[in-house]
Design a protein around this ligand. Structure first.
Ligand code: IVH
Length: 682
């Protein structure tokens, strides 16, 4: 029965998706498609054996049959650059170069350009038309991203020069401001945020659906040309030619009369770095004359005519001793580099994240390599890149595991994610430990004395396997089943302290409780939004349970779908959580030992209390998120769509269709000023 249902659903979705993507002629609404799609995801999650390779979940986006990018051989290897960290290193790089071609170092013009931190892309134009766009890949072979490149406005489809074959290389980036706005809108939609502009750019360009790429604020900065019939004599001319052809070129670039001037330029850029609108991690210094560049050529990895002069304050080089795989709360396998301890800006760093398998492959990181490690503020240190030029014979490529290192279950990769996950879920010990750590963490139950190490110890001793075990620890001690103080090296006092701390944590507010459950994509903000909507734990749980009707007629969790700031992804995760019998019985059991207190709402005297508010357009006086928070804290409900139940529509700049809807329904409309006033009145 289920199989039949499943096949019907896959066929229907394929039919709809072909109509949409191939014929541009949708046969159902987007909402209806999403509903069917989520039903499919759930059905597949519950019955993984049914999954068909042609299911739309295995196969996102426009090229209905496209699952990955084809490969492109680069005619000219896409090299990397040698890194320098000091004036002296730069000077000796260029005096070596000058020596090699027998010219005077003093008279060597240098083009200095910002080193953009994005993704390098090669564009091949034949007879003036953009033929192929590809990523760098391993330098020899990249991925064909032509369709996506064509939707980036700063990439011209045609050049004015029609008779030559020319390759243009450059960096695809997302500007800092655009990045912040992109993440803001992802939070609003309940989608996970990108960790930095580089990742956002890389993720956006490698989309199978070019409409997604088109919706992201990508900019291509051109920085060099390669042609088999060179018609340009210098790098500086190449940059102005690129501008003439309609490319965007980093305006901060400069033609320096000599190396000393180039070093001064580096110092200047280092000083104004934070004011540059995109992330840069150094300056690239290039010998201006292309005939000299040609004579110098390249070693196997890096050219001898250009060098990256990196900003160094937060960077340090050290040896990568090993790579360990960490299994996270939701099963994501993260490779972590074990480093020879190194001092970076006053902090000793001995571990750094390597993010994921793709990152290891892309940067060709091998155990034994000398790597550059970056530590910035509170962010986890990361391996920036390998110093290829210092690679020894003892470096060994890393074999990424094919099974979970904790439970040996198979690992799986979703087509739209770079991360790989352990497929075992609840039965994987590493995931269980991470979930417990999250459960007791500061923003959740906040149990003082029950730190991460203690959780690991008690989990391994089979004393705490589930959250319920934490709250029954006392009884177990009394029953004599477990005696912390005798058996596990715990003094009586520390055991008593722990039990007292656990007791203290038994009362928890609804928002913290929701957060503690560790549901994917349900972080602090989303938990608070949910708590403010439902106020009481019982309300929330019953409403969730009632809504879990796999093939319900609307396919929605009504209240959730209507909550501003909670998108389809969060709704889907909540649904998945409440579909699990294990989770339901965990909640039931927990209820015996804890008290979830109502979400506090300032209802007193608030004229907004109980009112339903919808926001539209850009709010300029406060951000959208702050406005929502404020409305919620004054006891209002915030909804994502206008209905006859809406009390106010707050309309900012450039309001969308919601304004029209509100007008037609006679809903009261407030401009931003009136909205500020109404809050002050309360
Ligand atoms: S020239 C031989 N110019 O840096 C490579 N590269 O570390 C010639 N990059 O893969 C590259 N800004 O992605 C050049 N103005 C710039 C650059 C730049 C950023 C990147 C590029 C390259 C990487 C090398």
């Amino acid at each position: 029965m289920e199989e039949k249902e499943y096949n019907r659903l896959v066929d229907r979705l394929k039919e709809c998706s072909e109509a949409y993507y191939l014929r541009d002629d949708p046969i159902i609404s987007d909402g209806e498609y999403d509903r069917l799609y989520f039903n499919l995801i759930e059905l597949e999650r519950l019955n993984p054996s049914l999954i068909r390779p042609d299911s739309p979940t295995q196969n996102v986006g426009s090229g209905v049959n496209k699952t990955k990018f084809s490969k492109v051989q680069h005619a000219d290897t896409m090299l990397s650059l040698e890194n320098s960290f000091s004036q002296q290193e730069v000077e000796s790089f260029f005096s070596r170069a000058a020596g090699m071609i027998n010219v005077s170092a003093e008279s060597m013009e240098i083009v200095a350009e910002p080193k953009m931190d994005g993704l390098s892309v090669s564009l091949l134009y034949e007879k003036g038309k953009l033929k192929t766009a590809s990523t760098r890949g391993n330098g020899q072979e990249g991925e064909n991203i032509t369709t996506n490149a064509k939707v980036i406005p700063s990439i011209p489809h045609e050049l004015k020069l029609a008779d030559k074959t020319i390759e243009v290389r450059g960096e695809v980036v997302i500007k800092k401001n655009d990045f912040l706005n992109l993440n803001k809108s992802r939070i609003d939609k309940g989608e996970p945020v990108f960790s930095n502009p580089r990742n956002a750019a890389a993720g956006s360009i490698r989309q199978l659906d070019c409409r997604v790429t088109a919706s992201r604020p990508l900019v291509f900065f051109a920085y060099c040309t390669i042609s088999d019939r060179p018609f340009i004599a210098t790098q500086w001319e190449a940059l102005s030619w690129l501008k003439e052809q309609g490319f965007t070129v980093a305006s901060a670039s400069r033609l320096c009369p000599n190396v000393d001037d180039a070093i001064r330029y580096y110092q200047h850029i280092n000083g104004v770095r934070s004011r540059i609108e995109y992330d840069i991690d150094g300056v690239v210094l290039k010998i201006n004359r292309l005939d000299w560049q040609k004579r110098l050529g390249a070693s196997s990895k890096t050219p001898r005519h250009s060098v990256a002069y990196k900003f160094s304050s937060e960077l340090a080089a050290t040896k990568l001793l090993d790579i360990k795989i960490q299994v996270g709360r939701t099963g994501i396998l993260t490779p972590v580099g074990i480093l020879q301890p190194v001092n970076i800006g006053g902090v000793i760093v001995s571990r750094a994240t390597l993010h994921n398998k793709d990152e290891i492959d892309r940067k060709d990181i091998r155990i034994g390599d000398i790597v550059l490690v970056k530590r910035a503020g509170e962010v986890i240190p990361k391996v920036e890149e390998v110093m290829i030029e210092r690679r020894g014979l003892d470096s060994v490529p890393f074999e990424f595991p094919v099974t979970c290192p904790s439970c040996s279950a198979e690992i799986a990769k979703q087509s739209d994610e770079v991360a790989v996950r352990c497929s075992a879920g609840l039965t994987c010990p590493a995931q269980s430990i991470e979930r417990l750590k999250h459960f007791i963490s500061r923003k959740a139950f906040d149990i003082v004395g029950l730190g991460e190490r203690v959780i690991e110890e008690l989990f391994n001793a089979s004393i705490i396997k589930t959250p319920v075990d934490i709250f029954t620890l006392k009884q177990k001690v009394v029953d004599g089943k477990v005696n912390l103080s005798d058996r596990y090296g715990w003094g009586r006092q520390s055991a008593d302290n722990l039990l007292a701390a656990i007791d203290k944590s038994r009362r928890i507010s609804l928002d913290r409780f929701i957060f503690s459950l560790g549901i994917r994509h349900v972080g602090e903000y989303v938990s608070r939004t949910i708590a403010r909507t439902y106020v009481r734990y019982e309300n929330w749980r019953t409403c969730m349970e009632k809504s879990i009707d796999l093939f319900s007629s609307t396919g929605k969790i009504d209240a959730i779908n209507d909550m501003e700031g909670i998108g389809a992804i969060v709704a889907h995760e909540l649904k998945t959580f409440f579909l699990s019998k294990h989770n339901l019985s965990l909640l039931k059991e927990l209820e015996n030992f804890i008290t979830v207190t109502d979400c506090e709402i300032k209802t007193a005297d608030s004229s907004l209390s109980g009112k339903t508010i919808v926001f539209t357009g850009t709010l300029t006086l406060t951000g959208r998120k702050e406005a929502k928070e404020s409305a919620l804290s004054l006891g209002a409900k915030v909804s994502g769509s206008v209905s006859p139940n809406t009390d106010f529509l707050v309309a900012g700049k450039n309001p969308g269709s919601k304004l029209k809807q509100a007008r037609s329904l006679g809903v009261k409309i407030l401009d931003e000023k009136a909205w500020m006033e109404i809050q002050n009145l309360t």
